[in-house]
Unconditional design. Sequence first.
Length: 300
Amino acid sequence: MSKATELGEKFRLPDTATDLYRMGYGAMQLAGPGVWGPPRDVDAAIAVLREAVAMGVNHIDTSDFYGPHVTNQIIKKALHPYPAALVIVTKLGARRGPDKSWIPALSHQELIEGAHDNLRNLSLDQLDIVNLRVGGVLEPSEGSIEEPLTALAELKRRGLIRHIGLSNVTPRQLEEAQKITEIVCIQNFYNVARRADDAFIDSLSKQGIAYVPFFPLGGFTPLQSSELDRVAASLQATPMQVALAWLLHRSPNILLIPGTSSTKHLRENLSAAALELPSHAIDALAGIALSAPPLAQPAH
Ligand SMILES: NC(=O)c1ccc[n+]([C@@H]2O[C@H](COP(=O)([O-])OP(=O)(O)OC[C@H]3O[C@@H](n4cnc5c(N)ncnc54)[C@H](OP(=O)(O)O)[C@@H]3O)[C@@H](O)[C@H]2O)c1
């Protein structure tokens, strides 16, 4: 790991020359309501992406099933030709139904088509990192991932994908995956109020694998908690900044992709990279209780 600018430290993905700032950006909020169709204001979405990159972000998380296709097309419009250091992480393993539902898409054919959709919509010759997305809506479910992962590994061998990650998986599925191909990152649901992956994060840290929590701010219903409010007030920060700083403090292999459709929130979130949490703040957040349910819509 190396110290850097206002965005804080960088993390090197295992066995790669890829250094990502620990503070990145998640693009899912750039599609329309329900992650469907275009956003109300495309120019505002483009402005968020350009501001993120101008502020140094070199890690953007996306998927071609946001929209579908819309988010990737906005990324291309805003940022192509891409800065050399920018790493765009996408995911395969789902598609959208006409009723806006999220449907698993893990067959060999669907994965190949999904990779080509991403390449075309992002205007890339090679996808930097692809997360294989499996499991349920929010939780992983045990079961072999050999078949879809073998298809992805084949796409990697053919040069369409540079690195592979996994999303919504268990430690056992990671073990199975590592017999098939190298895994550089895991993307699961985790935040200050949802810590089911604590042991998994520690084990990934020992292996040098990045852990990239989705819903770091709680997702569609952002975190609301009196503990967060109190800590934020004591540090002259916002509750969302404290939630992000807590994740950065939690483990050195945690990389962040907070999502927002607002440049104001983007700046607020990125500046959390410089927020140090004193031990009394960490203690105060140990038993955090939510005053709102963490989720109002399905996730992917
Ligand atoms: N692998 C998976 O299954 C999976 C699932 C879900 C998400 N993801 C990825 O994870 C990324 C992050 O998740 P997410 O965007 O769904 O959830 P999130 O980052 O936890 O939260 C986003 C929500 O928080 C709000 N927000 C952001 N910054 C804020 C601030 N400073 N103050 C107040 N509200 C703020 C956003 O609204 P505004 O737009 O108004 O700021 C939005 O409603 C996504 O972009 C996506 O790339 C992956």
